[in-house]
Design a binder for this molecule. Sequence first.
Ligand code: ADP
Ligand code: ADP
Ligand code: ZN
Length: 214
Amino acid sequence: MRLILLGPPGAGKGTQASAIVKRYDIPHISTGDIFRENIKKGTELGLKAKSYMDKGLLVPDDLVISIVKNRLLEDDCKKGFLLDGFPRTLSQGEALDEVLKDMGLELTRVINIDVEKEVLIERAIGRRVCKECGATYHIKFSPPKEEDVCDKCGGRLFQRDDDTKETIEKRIQVYTEQTKPLIDYYTKKGLILNIDGSKSIESIFQDIVDSLEA
Ligand code: ADP
Ligand code: ADP
Ligand code: ZN
């Protein structure tokens, strides 16, 4: 399976990604996670990316594309992959087509999770992430057993710097302007699976599996 997860910020891409990669035993490639790891380690890439992320803007295409290109060349991607949060612009989509063409590969499906704006804001504001393992929680919709402690590893939970109301609204605007055109791009290629992201985490996952295996 070679999959893309498309959808606005806070739609539940990361949450579904964790379950999808487990079921199909493929690597989870999240460009947002790659940037956050680099910020944590204090790399040059992390420093560059942070200045855009904190404003709710996209990191420039050339930076993102070369990272994904190198990642797809790694051995574990031979069994397939799930791209989460990439591509996010038409030119990233076109660059991905080129990379896959060079590798002699084709995409299996593009899973498009759609959720209305008010829900996105509520989801993103309440999001908490584990500092150690990256597991995602929500203070109301998916709380950990013990407040601010990760169920999986006992790590501390934190709130992402870009999960403030103001920055989320900016990210939704950026999504509408720069990422949404990709829905049309992949619809024309016959690859889109439209998924209603307003349901529960479990029923969305079931819908995704049903559509992939239909
Ligand atoms: P994305 O990767 O698209 O930004 P996340 O998977 O991180 O989204 O989800 C955003 C927030 O919403 C998280 O706090 C997550 O726990 C919560 N969430 C995800 N899916 C659902 C859902 N179906 N219903 C309620 N809350 C959800
Ligand atoms: P979300 O889906 O909740 O917006 P991500 O973790 O996917 O969160 O992305 C967080 C931020 O990382 C984005 O707002 C953007 O600044 C940057 N980013 C992630 N992926 C890309 C990408 N493919 N192109 C440009 N910027 C990206
Ligand atoms: Zn954890």
